[in-house]
Design a binder for this molecule. Structure first.
Ligand SMILES: [Zn+2]
Length: 269
């Protein structure tokens, strides 16, 4: 799609129009319909209240401080750098966690981005598993989200033996789960550091604080967000991206963008 085509249509409508036939066709998978429904639901979801309910401003600050001291020293100052999966595991090898990389394709496999298991049995380190069948941007987000669990679990003294699988249907549920949301906050800050977040989400003249409750990303913001993802992380929603991944990644983009905007609007972070 071209960004100019988005002018009079919502963020989702443009992409949805490309794939709506496929989702109604005889070969449409359940996964595909789920992803489609999730994007719509995230678009309408309010992020301000769930954020305030799950994580206070001081908790968010605490999570950021912890992340900066151990994993991302420049978090919220600079966007994270995408490296290869093996390079992620090499860089993070001293952080008290072990890694498993898997390339899971097919409708079911591709739905999975990654997961984190805290309780691995005696004398074994917690495990981060990442599906490398994805675009580097999605792989980086999965690594960061699961590393977020590793950090947040220590901070919150979590008793959960493992975290949810990170899949295309999970983002909406994250809003009601402080640990999931905390992991996503780290991803969101890594994707949109403060200067960039302010430029993208505040300099539109439209994003007054009260509007965050009504949720939908304005089209101008959406185009900025899409352009940013393409320029910074090489993630383009053009014809080269398969429809299933397109919807799956779109759900992630909507989620992390709305979460980032809520952090800015609610907590000035
Ligand atoms: Zn998770």
């Amino acid at each position: 799609m071209t960004v100019t085509a988005a002018k009079n249509m919502s963020f989702f409508d443009v992409l949805a129009s490309e794939v709506v036939k496929a989702s109604k066709g005889p070969h449409a998978s359940v996964a595909f319909r789920n992803a489609s429904a999730e994007v719509r639901s995230l678009e309408q979801q309010d992020y301000a209240r769930p954020l305030r309910r799950s994580l206070g401003r001081s908790e968010v600050r605490e999570i950021i401080a912890e992340a900066r001291s151990s994993v991302w020293p420049r978090l919220n100052d600079e966007s994270v750098t995408l490296v290869s999966p093996t390079e992620f595991t090499r860089r993070w090898s001293g952080l008290g966690v072990q890694f498993q990389l898997a390339k899971l394709r097919g409708a079911e496999g591709i739905a999975l981005l990654g997961f984190y298991v805290r309780e691995m049995g005696r004398s074994r380190l917690p495990l981060i598993c990442v599906n490398t069948a994805h675009h580097p941007a999605a792989i980086g987000a999965a690594f960061s989200h699961e590393m977020g669990h590793h950090l947040v679990g220590q901070l919150f003294d979590s008793r959960k033996p493992h975290a949810q699988l990170l899949t295309y249907t999970a983002y909406g549920e994250h809003l009601d789960d402080p640990e999931e949301l905390a992991a996503d906050v780290l991803v969101s800050l890594g994707v949109f550091p403060e200067t960039i977040a302010r430029r993208i989400f505040l300099e539109t003249g439209k994003t007054k604080k009260s509007e965050s409750a009504t949720a939908e990303l304005p089209t101008s913001v959406s185009a900025k967000v899409l352009n940013y993802f393409e320029g910074r992380f090489g993630l383009s929603f053009g014809a080269n991206l398969p429809s299933q991944k397109k919807l799956q990644y779109l759900a992630a983009v909507v989620h992390f963008a709305k979460l980032r905007r809520a952090l800015l609007a609610e907590y000035d972070i």
